[in-house]
Design a protein around this ligand. Structure first.
Ligand SMILES: CC(C)(COP(=O)(O)OP(=O)(O)OC[C@H]1O[C@@H](n2cnc3c(N)ncnc32)[C@H](O)[C@@H]1OP(=O)(O)O)[C@@H](O)C(=O)NCCC(=O)NCCS
Length: 168
């Protein structure tokens, strides 16, 4: 897509990124967070990802921030250290414009550079997350599991599906 670029996120991006994320916290079951984040929460996430030496990137369309994504710890125990979980969010008005695919591809590319072997996507098994599941499948993630009823949001029990992409 013309005009779409990626760059590392900085703490100066935190207020914009937290607004992108909080839209989904308040309106959607794509995230199981129930409480809105603060900019400090987003900065803390950036610091955590930086300590892991994993990518945390911002997508810009004509210099306007339209989304972000990062790789972070899948499971804490040391033997999992080459397996990361991916996260990506587009600004609500930037969905459905062909940005999610390149953003996910860039995260995968940077993950490979950082030595990641397996990427796990844990996605809500709800109607809200259909685009995300479809996007991951198109990017070569395979469905490897499903857990029903592990979360509750908006008075609804929610499951998750897990998808995995091997970079090995
Ligand atoms: C998930 C997300 C990153 C996808 O990015 P996007 O640029 O909007 O993705 P696309 O528009 O290419 O849609 C992805 C696919 O889902 C399909 N899709 C979208 N809405 C759909 C719906 N309601 N039902 C069925 N398929 C749908 C699209 O047609 C497309 O598939 P196709 O390329 O085969 O046509 C973006 O929508 C987003 O940020 N969503 C909210 C946050 C989120 O879910 N993040 C992921 C958390 S794990």
């Amino acid at each position: 897509m013309t005009g779409l670029t990626f760059r590392p996120a900085t703490t100066a991006d935190a207020p914009v990124l937290v607004d992108i994320y909080n839209f989904y916290v308040s309106t959607s079951t794509v995230t199981f967070d129930l409480d809105r984040w603060t900019a400090a929460d987003m900065e803390h996430k950036m610091e955590t990802v930086a300590k892991l030496e994993m990518p945390f990137i911002v997508a810009e369309l004509d210099d306007d921030v339209v989304g972000y994504g990062y790789l972070s710890t899948w499971r804490d125990k040391c033997a999992y250290e080459t397996t990361m979980e991916n996260t990506l969010y587009l600004r609500a008005d930037s969905r459905g414009r062909g940005i999610g695919g390149p953003l996910l591809d860039e995260l995968v590319r940077l993950g490979a550079v950082a030595g990641v072997r397996e990427i796990i996507a844990v996605i809500s098994a709800s109607a809200d997350a259909v685009p995300s599941i479809r996007l991951h499948e198109k990017a070569g993630f395979a469905r490897v599991g499903e857990m029903p009823n592990v979360g509750r949001k908006f008075d609804e029990w929610l499951g998750v599906v897990m998808l995995q992409k091997s970079l090995a």
